[in-house]
Design a protein around this ligand. Structure first.
Ligand SMILES: Nc1ncnc2c1ncn2[C@@H]1O[C@H](COP(=O)(O)OP(=O)(O)OP(=O)(O)O)[C@@H](O)[C@H]1O
Ligand SMILES: [Mg+2]
Length: 436
């Protein structure tokens, strides 16, 4: 018998305190209630629920994702899917920099500052949803990590037979959403693993700051970084998701360092990193995500420990369309762009809708598609910035029409491509001389 696809449903509880009803109990009740009250469910659906369901502890129910092969329908029959209901409490913003040493004098020199967030956190709501990727790699990474965490813990697998370093690497050009993606994955992981852990934390380390601020001390800093991670993970009911951003500064190729006569600080950092990663292998409640722009510069021993690599490339034209469209629709909603008297539509259509309804070259959706195709080579970061930047640059009133907005966006894209030679470094600078 074929395995049913899994439909993921997230249930947010009210308040921030644990209720007397267990998460598992709420999950079972919601699954039963959905089966009794719904025939079809679709991804993205917000479910309005009975106020007294599960004793009134539920804030919201959302259908968030589906896993399983060859699923193309928008609606899923509840009897033909496995309903995986994840129950969680949302935490408020509680960003903090935590020192890794208890001694003040040590803190100033050898303490990596780690940014910490209790998960799931309101700060990260919508982060995953706002990212547009055409291929399924990011979703696959979330699914892979969740399943590996479950396999390793539930089946008590021997780490000698099944080595899993808990090390995932997301790499690709600048501004393609790597760091944001990992934050989004961390939030989702915390929700999906919520029945196994009582607390989840995201610990962010910026390798660049670590190496530049305390030059000469990097090896020690990496060591104390791992000590801190182990301290956080001492309670096996705590899930610790670590993000090491720009890992190439800590895990640069030692071969290159030696051939370039570089100082031993970098070598010590890589050695400490590898030692730390080897220790983490046996800890079932930690997972480490790294990002890098420079895959080729990474140390081979580090790379050999990476369990999964994910390349995040520049957006395809369809992804670019979706990014621009979401920005323009938000500008329509807040009234900076106004629909015409006889609007073709009050929000920009999806690509699928363009193919069916708006494939005439002078339709507004088609014009946006043309702009999206033209913006090939720009990063997600540049694309997200373009709509508002272009309005600021190329329109003159407080509000503008859709036509004016598209014309401004088209100019903005041209300026970005020609004036800045597609370079992410200079793309933040809009050349003010272009328009005058
Ligand atoms: N694929 C995408 N879909 C939607 N938005 C995106 C995408 N890629 C990037 N962005 C936007 O760009 C911003 C910057 O992304 P982020 O910092 O995660 O990129 P990065 O790949 O980590 O960059 P860098 O390599 O410079 O560190 C995000 O806040 C997001 O708004
Ligand atoms: Mg980044």
């Amino acid at each position: 018998m074929a395995t049913k696809p899994t439909l993921h449903v997230e249930v947010q509880l009210k308040g921030v305190n644990e209720s007397s009803t267990s998460k598992q109990q709420v999950a079972n009740e919601v699954a039963e209630w959905l089966k009794e009250n719904y025939i079809y469910l679709n991804v993205g659906q917000q479910i309005s629920h009975d106020e007294d369901l599960s004793g009134g502890v539920i804030d919201s129910i959302s259908v968030v994702d589906i896993d399983g092969s060859s699923i193309i329908e928008a609606f899923h029959h509840v009897n033909e899917v496995y309903l995986d209901v994840h129950v969680y409490l949302m935490h408020e913003n509680n960003l903090a920099f935590i020192p890794t040493s208890d001694h003040q004098e040590e803190r100033d020199s050898t303490t990596p500052q780690m940014r910490e967030l209790i998960l799931p956190n309101r700060e990260l709501v919508g982060v995953w949803e706002a990212l547009v990727f055409e291929d399924s790699g990011p979703k696959g990474l979330l699914r892979y990590t969740t399943r590996m965490m479950n396999f390793i813990a539930q089946k008590n697998l021997d780490p000698l037979l099944f080595p899993w370093y808990r090390l995932l690497l997301v790499h690709g050009p600048p501004g393609t959403g790597k760091t944001t993606l990992i934050r989004g994955i961390a939030q989702r992981l915390a929700i999906r693993l919520g029945n196994r852990f009582t607390t989840s934390r995201l610990t962010e380390i910026n390798a660049q700051i670590m190496t530049s601020k305390w030059f000469g001390e990097t090896g020690k800093l990496v060591e104390s970084m791992f000590d801190q991670i182990f301290k956080l993970a001492a309670d096996e009911k705590t899930f610790v998701c670590v993000l090491i951003d720009e890992v190439e500064t800590l895990a640069g190729s030692r071969e290159r360092m030696l051939s370039g006569n570089e100082c031993s600080d970098g070598l010590r950092a890589v050695n400490q990193l590898l030692t730390g990663l080897d220790r983490i292998r046996l800890q079932t409640n930690i997972v480490v995500f790294c990002t890098s722009n420079l895959l080729g510069a990474l140390d081979t021993a580090f790379l050999s420990r990476v369990d999964k690599k994910l390349l995040i490339d520049l957006p395809t034209p369809r992804a670019a369309y979706e990014i621009l469209r979401s920005c323009l629709n938000a500008l329509l909603t807040c009234g900076i762009i106004t629909a015409d008297e006889n609007p073709e539509y009050s929000e920009f259509p999806s690509i699928a809708e363009i193919v069916i309804w708006y494939d005439l070259p002078d339709s507004l959706g088609y014009k946006l598609w043309t702009i999206a195709k033209r913006s090939a080579g720009l990063s997600g970061r540049a694309l997200r910035r373009l709509p508002l930047n272009s309005l600021a640059m190329y329109t003159y009133g407080d509000v503008c029409t859709i036509e004016e907005a598209l014309s401004a966006l088209s100019k903005g894209v041209e300026a970005e491509i020609s004036g800045n030679n597609l370079s992410e470094l200079s793309s933040s600078v809009v050349d003010l001389r272009m328009d005058v």
